[in-house]
Ligand binder design. Structure first.
Ligand code: BGC
Length: 537
C-alpha cells in the first residue's frame, strides 16, 4: 500500500511496552526490547505498530499519566532508543503510531505543579478548578471512571480539581487556548521526529461542560457496555456533561490541520461516549480524525446478530469516515476468554483474528492475539492495576491482559532475566512464540499466512461491506471492491454449522491458511469456529 492512504484497511499491531521484552533486567519491558522484536512483528504481515505510552511518568496508570510528553521515561529507555526504533521499523516497512494522552496529565507534570500552587500563577487556569459548594462538597455529581468522585481537594488553592480517571490524573482545561496550543506543540514535536500517526487516548474527554452541570442519573437496565463494570457507580450516570462536548469538534479540526502538514500521518481516536458509534461517525467526518474506534467489539456480547448490528449501525452513521475495529486491547479481558470461556480453542483465536481483519475498516490487533493467548488469572496479591484493586473481586481490572509476552517456554518466558512486573501465567508457556514459530500448524503461523493472503485481497482491505441475514451462529458478509466480490463467513460456535449461499456461483478461495469450509449444492458447511472465504464466479 502506498502513501498517503496506507492506513485504510491497515492492520495495526498494538505493543504494550511494559510487557513486550525487557532488555535491561528490571522486570519491565523497554524500547530496546521493541527494537529487538521488530523483525518478529514484521513477520506477522501487519502494516503498523501502535505503542502504548512510553513517556516520562510516575506510572500510577502505567504511562497514561504523563509527566512530560516530550521525554521517554528512563524505565523504557531514551529518545535515541525511540529514534532507532522508528528507523528500524521504517526499514522493515512498518509505520509507527504512538499514543497521545490529551485530556489529562500526571499530577507530577510541571504544568500541574504550577497550576496547583496558587489561584493566580500563569498556569492557574490550565486545569479544571472549581470552588466547593457552600457545604464544602464538590461542585457537581461527576464521578471518576476509576472509582469515587471525580474531584479532589487542593488545599493550596482551597479548590477542587477535576479528574475523570485517577486523582493523580488531573484533567486539563481545553477551554483555555493556551492548553490547546501546548498540546498541538508537542504533537508537532513527535511529527517532526517522524512518527506516522497517533492513537488518541480518550479523545472525547478533552472538554468538559464549562458550566459544570450535573450528569443525569441512568436507569439500572441501561448501565451496560463500554468496557466498565456495572458495579462501577460511573455506570449510574449519563455522561453528557463531563465529556463529548461540542467544543471538541473545533479542536479536532485544529489538530487535523496540523497533522495534514505531514503527508501520510494519521489520527486514530479512542471513543467512549453515550453513543460511541454516533460519536465515531461525527469525529471522523470532514477534516477531523482519520479513524476512530470504540469499545463496541470489546464487550462480552458475542453473537452474529450483535456484531452485525454494531457494524451496520456504524456503517449507516458513517458517511465519510473510516472505521477501525478491535476485539482485544490493554483495557479488556483477552478476546478468546471473553468469548470462548474457560478452555478457549485455538480455532476460536484464528477465527476471531480472521473475522475482525475482514470487517470494513482498519484493525488493531493486540500483542499476544496472534498467539491465541487467553486471559491470565492474576491473584489479588500480584495485582498492579489501581482500577482492578478498587473494584475487586467482581471486576479484576486490566492486569490479566497485560502479562508479559511469552517468547519461550522457559521460566520467565524469555521476557526478562528478572522477576517480571506481572507474573507469566503457566497456561501461556505452551503458547510461546518460539514454540509456535516451529510448528507449521500453530495459531501464530495461521495468523501470518492469513495476513499475507489478506494483503492481496483488495476487497478485504478496501471494499464495501454488505451483511447477509444469517441465523446464529454464522456471521456472513460480502466485501466488494472494483469488481472483486468476496464472501466471508464465520462460525462463531464450537459445533459445525451450515450456511445457504446467496444466489450466483461461489468458489472457495484458497491460500488463507485457515481450516476452511466446503461448498456443496449452494450450501456451505463450516466446522466448529470455521471460516469461509469464497469468490463470486
Ligand atoms: C486507556 C487506559 C487509560 C485511560 C486513562 C484509556 O482509555 O486506554 O488504559 O487508563 O485511558 O488514560
Amino acid at each position: 500500500m502506498s502513501r498517503p492512504c496506507w492506513w485504510r484497511g491497515a492492520v495495526i499491531y498494538q505493543i504494550y511496552p511494559r510487557s513486550f521484552l525487557d532488555t535491561n533486567g528490571d522486570g519491565v519491558g523497554d524500547l530496546p526490547g521493541i527494537v529487538d522484536r521488530l523483525d518478529y512483528v514484521a513477520s506477522l504481515g501487519v502494516d503498523a505498530i501502535w505503542i502504548s505510552p512510553f513517556f516520562k511518568s510516575p506510572m500510577a496508570d502505567f504511562g497514561y499519566d504523563i509527566a512530560d510528553q516530550r521525554q521517554v521515561d528512563p524505565l523504557f529507555g531514551t529518545l535515541d532508543d525511540f529514534d532507532r526504533l522508528l528507523d528500524k521499523a521504517h526499514r522493515l516497512g512498518l509505520k509507527v503510531m504512538i499514543d497521545q494522552v490529551f485530556s489529562h496529565t500526571s499530577d507530577q507534570h510541571e504544568w500541574f505543579r504550577e497550576s496547583r500552587s496558587s489561584r493566580d500563577n500563569p498556569k492557574a487556569d490550565w486545569y479544571v478548578w472549581a470552588d466547593a459548594r457552600e457545604d464544602g462538597t464538590p461542585p457537581n455529581n461527576w464521578l471518576s471512571l476509576f472509582g469515587g468522585v471525580a474531584w479532589r481537594w487542593e488545599p493550596r488553592r482551597r479548590q477542587y480539581y477535576l479528574h475523570n480517571f485517577l486523582s493523580s490524573q488531573p484533567d486539563l482545561n481545553f477551554h483555555n487556548p493556551q492548553v490547546r496550543q501546548a498540546t498541538l506543540d508537542y504533537v508537532k514535536f513527535w511529527l517532526d521526529r517522524g512518527v506516522d500517526g497517533f492513537r488518541l487516548d480518550s479523545i472525547n474527554f478533552c472538554f468538559n461542560d464549562a458550566q459544570l452541570r450535573d450528569n443525569p442519573p441512568k436507569p439500572a437496565d441501561k448501565r451496560v457496555g463500554r468496557g466498565f463494570s456495572p458495579d462501577n457507580p460511573y455506570a449510574f450516570q449519563y455522561h453528557w456533561y463531563n465529556n463529548t462536548r461540542p467544543e471538541n469538534i473545533g479542536f479536532l479540526e485544529e489538530l487535523r490541520a496540523l497533522v495534514d502538514r505531514y503527508p501520510g500521518a494519521v489520527t486514530l481516536g479512542e471513543i467512549s461516549s453515550e453513543d460511541s458509534l454516533a460519536t465515531t461517525a461525527e469525529y471522523t467526518s470532514g477534516r477531523r480524525l482519520h479513524m476512530g474506534y470504540s469499545f463496541e467489539l470489546l464487550v462480552d456480547d458475542f453473537s452474529a446478530a450483535y456484531i452485525r448490528d454494531t457494524v451496520s449501525r456504524l456503517e449507516e452513521a458513517m458517511t465519510e469516515g473510516w472505521p477501525c475495529w478491535a476485539v482485544s486491547n490493554h483495557d479488556v479481558r483477552r478476546a478468546v476468554t471473553r468469548w470462548g470461556g474457560g478452555g478457549p480453542s485455538p480455532r476460536l483465536a484464528r477465527m476471531l483474528a480472521a473475522m475482525v481483519c475482514s470487517l470494513r475498516g482498519s484493525v488493531c490487533v493486540y500483542q499476544g492475539e496472534e498467539l491465541g493467548l487467553p486471559e491470565a488469572d492474576v491473584p489479588f496479591e500480584a495485582l498492579q492495576d489501581p482500577y482492578g484493586i478498587a473494584f475487586w473481586p467482581n471486576f479484576k481490572g486490566r492486569d490479566g491482559c497485560r502479562t508479559p509476552m511469552p517468547w519461550t517456554d522457559a521460566d520467565g518466558a524469555g521476557f526478562s532475566a528478572a522477576t517480571p512486573w506481572l507474573p507469566v501465567p503457566e497456561a501461556h508457556r505452551p503458547l510461546a512464540a518460539r514454540r509456535q514459530h516451529a510448528d507449521p500448524g500453530s495459531t501464530l503461523n495461521a495468523f501470518r499466512a492469513f495476513m499475507r493472503w489478506r494483503r492481496e485481497q483488495p476487497a478485504l482491505v478496501r471494499g464495501s461491506i454488505a451483511f447477509l441475514d444469517t441465523a446464529e451462529p454464522v456471521l456472513a458478509f460480502v466485501r466488494e471492491h472494483q469488481g472483486q466480490r468476496m464472501l466471508a463467513a464465520f462460525n462463531l460456535s464450537d459445533a459445525a454449522a451450515s450456511l445457504p449461499l446467496p444466489s450466483g456461483g461461489w468458489t472457495l478461495a484458497q491460500g488463507h491458511g485457515l481450516a476452511s469450509a466446503s461448498i456443496d449444492g449452494g450450501v456451505a458447511s463450516l466446522p466448529a469456529y470455521g471460516v469461509l472465504f469464497a469468490r463470486a464466479d
